[in-house]
Each structure stands twice: as structure tokens, then as C-alpha cells.
Design a protein around this ligand. Structure first.
Ligand code: ADP
Ligand code: MG
Length: 361
């Protein structure tokens, strides 16, 4: 967790980020449909904090990361970096701004050129940017960064295949921070590593954050890691923002039924408790054809009539604790609050409205 976080200083702001990936039929076909990967997502990242994005596979975490970095262009919405509209930048200004934001991803190996030495791999970003005028300065920076990420200087002229998974991730981290970025998007950075190595890499990320004042957007499906590293947590489901709060409030008092279900499946310490964990019923619906109303309603144990009809807006339920769920909407009518879990229940309710009789089978 960022010890030097400044909650009054916003380094990155995403506003109404939306991404629809076209699905094309045939070679030259027009888009016949769209994957709703991201739908109106807004949040702020404060300087020095770790802002985590959690949710099941396919909920839009990586798409959020890619839109922030403009590795993919958002369909709509904006990203503001240091008060500057990053989404509007072009050419030289974009190249300059890009130096402030870097990416660490799950599998660094695929991005490490097998024919380059570790020193050259780490130096590549500063070589391209032409940061240092002399070779000696450049080499000194590489050594400094290698030491900062815990890589032995004796390995300078080794090649990527000679390293373990954890060491390769250290190389990936070194490359990401060598240009002194302000913010790093870490997309499942430890998911491919052994549990024993995960802790070391997480500790390293925290150390680097404190030393360099880095802000992190930390993407993970692993809530035990998120619970350890985060300052703020955003929970996503089917491309939507379901809940957003500081880490302590979110884990102590999860408001959204989806968040509650997610927290219920964190592995428990005792065997006894593992057995009474509740697991979410049913499959995640398709993001090509998301459910009406609240996208979670098909799996929600508290689904009300209104949930099938109207998408809930994210609103501040408690100070600093945001949730998109009708359960916290006090303006709902009694009819809208009717539970809507069982089709016969719905039929009975309709019948009551019209005064008709319900046939029981
Ligand atoms: P996560 O990182 O949470 O697992 P992603 O952001 O990778 O989720 O994906 C969100 C949704 O968008 C998924 O349904 C995924 O299949 C879809 N998707 C991701 N990238 C593309 C793409 N390039 N083209 C079409 N669909 C995509
Ligand atoms: Mg992903």
C-alpha cells in the first residue's frame, strides 16, 4: 500500500470510459454486433496510491487498462493524466505523455526479446527516448534500476531464457520504471507465478512505490492479493462498475451482492469454513448481449422487480463508498422492491396488479 499517497492529488481520472469491440462477419464484413467490454466506467487514481480493479475473467479489467494507456482507443469517454486530456493527445505530445504511464503484465517473457541481454532490454526505453547523453550515464541508470528491482548485477549480460519466472517479472518491472513513470498499470502481474514468488514480487512493487512515489492501477482476480496491496478497490462485472471504496470499507462492509459473493469465495483458513463458502450460481452472461436492467440480476440472490428493468447508477451510499445497486435506492416504490427471483412470484405479482387469478400447477 502506498505510504505516501496523497488523496487530494488526482494523477489519473477516467470519465465514462466505454469500449465496444466490433464483431465482424466474413473477411470484409461490417460489424454485425458488439462486445460491450466496458460501459460508462469512471474513477480517480490519487498520487502514490494503489487503485485495484477486481472481478471475474472477462469483466473488462484488461480493457480498462488498455484504454487508460490507449493501447486500444476507447469507444467514448476520456482519460485525464495530470490534468491533461490524454485521450485527445496526438504526435509528439502523446509520445511525451506516454512516458508517464507504463504497463506491467502477466507474462513478461513474451515481450522480452530473446536475443537481447538483460541490460539492453532494460535500457531499451531510455535508448529510444534518448534520455542519457553518455554511455556511462546510461549504464549507471541500468545498474541502478537492476539493483532497485533486486536483480544481481552479475546477470547484466545474460539472456531472458536463463531466468526464472519471478526474475523475468523483475526484468519487466525494471523496463516499466526505468523512464521514471508516474503511474504503472499492473495487469495480473503475479498471476502466472508460484505463490511463494508472488509475495516477493508484491513486496517489491510496494517498495518501489514508496521509493519512487509511483501510483498503481493494479488489476487482479485474486482478492487475497488485492486485500494486501490496495488503497482503493473497484469491483467490475460485465464491463460495469459495481462498487468502489477504500480497501478497508470494501472488505469490512461490502455493499453489493456481487462483491459479497466474491468475498465469500476467498479461500478460508480453516477447513470447516471452506465448506460453508457460497459460490455464485450460474454462468456470467455474454457481454455481446448483456441482461436488461442490472447486468448482475440473473445471478443475484436479492434481485427485485426493478433490477430486471432499470440499470442502477453508481452512487455514494456512505462517505467515499460507492455502489451501483437498487437495494440502496430509497426512492423505490413497494412494487419495484418486490423480490423477483422466482417466475411464479413474478406471475403472482402481475396477477395481483390486474386482479386476475393465478393458476397453480
Ligand atoms: P478481463 O481482463 O477482466 O478478463 P477483458 O478486458 O480482457 O477482461 O475482456 C472483456 C471482454 O471483452 C471479454 O468478453 C473479452 O472476450 C472481450 N474482448 C477483449 N478483447 C477483445 C478484442 N480485441 N476483440 C473482441 N473482444 C474482446
Ligand atoms: Mg485480463
Amino acid at each position: 500500500m502506498g505510504k505516501n499517497k496523497d488523496m487530494n492529488d488526482v494523477v489519473l481520472e477516467a470519465q465514462h470510459l466505454t469500449k465496444h469491440y466490433p464483431i465482424k462477419k466474413g473477411l470484409f464484413g461490417k460489424a454485425s454486433n458488439y462486445v460491450h467490454a466496458l460501459e460508462d466506467v469512471s474513477f480517480q487514481v490519487h498520487r502514490g496510491e494503489t487503485f485495484s480493479i477486481v472481478g471475474e475473467s472477462g469483466c473488462g479489467k484488461s480493457t480498462t487498462g488498455k484504454c487508460i494507456l490507449r493501447l486500444t482507443e476507447p469507444t467514448s469517454g476520456t482519460v485525464t493524466l495530470d490534468g491533461q486530456d490524454f485521450t485527445a493527445l496526438q504526435g509528439e505530445a502523446l509520445t511525451e505523455a506516454r512516458k508517464k504511464m507504463k504497463l506491467i503484465f502477466q507474462d513478461p517473457y513474451s515481450s522480452l526479446n530473446p536475443r537481447m541481454t538483460v541490460a539492453d532490454i532494460i535500457a531499451e526505453p531510455i535508448d529510444i527516448a534518448g534520455t542519457y547523453k553518455t554511455r556511462a550515464e546510461r549504464d549507471a541508470r541500468v545498474e541502478e534500476i537492476m539493483q532497485a528491482v533486486g536483480l544481481d548485477l552479475a546477470f547484466k549480460y545474460r539472456y531472458p531464457h536463463e531466468f526464472s519466472g519471478g526474475q523475468r517479472q523483475r526484468i519487466g518491472i525494471a523496463r516499466a520504471i526505468v523512464l521514471q513513470p508516474e503511474l504503472v498499470v499492473c495487469d495480473e502481474p503475479v498471476s502466472a507465478l508460484d505463490v511463494s514468488v508472488q509475495a516477493k514480487v508484491i513486496n517489491l512493487l510496494e517498495e518501489l512505490q514508496d521509493r519512487y512515489g509511483l501510483s498503481y492501477v493494479f488489476i487482479s482476480h485474486d482478492l487475497s492479493v488485492v486485500k494486501h496491496i490496495s488503497d482503493t478497490v473497484m469491483v467490475m462485472y460485465l464491463g460495469r462498475e459495481m462498487e468502489l471504496a477504500d480497501k478497508d470499507s470494501l472488505f469490512a462492509e461490502p455493499l453489493h451482492p456481487y462483491t459479497q459473493a466474491l468475498l465469500d469465495v476467498i479461500p478460508r483458513i480453516t477447513h470447516e469454513r471452506i465448506q460453508d463458502k457460497k459460490i455464485l450460481q450460474g454462468d456470467v452472461p455474454s457481454p455481446t448481449n448483456p441482461p436488461s436492467g442490472c447486468v448482475f440480476h440473473t445471478r443475484c440472490t436479492k434481485c427485485m422487480k426493478v433490477c430486471t428493468q432499470k440499470a442502477p447508477e453508481l452512487h455514494e451510499v456512505r462517505p467515499g463508498h460507492f455502489c451501483a445497486c437498487h437495494l440502496f435506492d430509497e426512492s423505490l416504490s413497494e412494487a419495484e422492491r418486490q423480490l423477483s427471483l422466482d417466475p411464479t412470484l413474478v406471475a403472482q405479482e402481475k396477477a395481483q396488479e390486474t386482479g386476475a387469478e393465478v393458476l397453480q400447477d
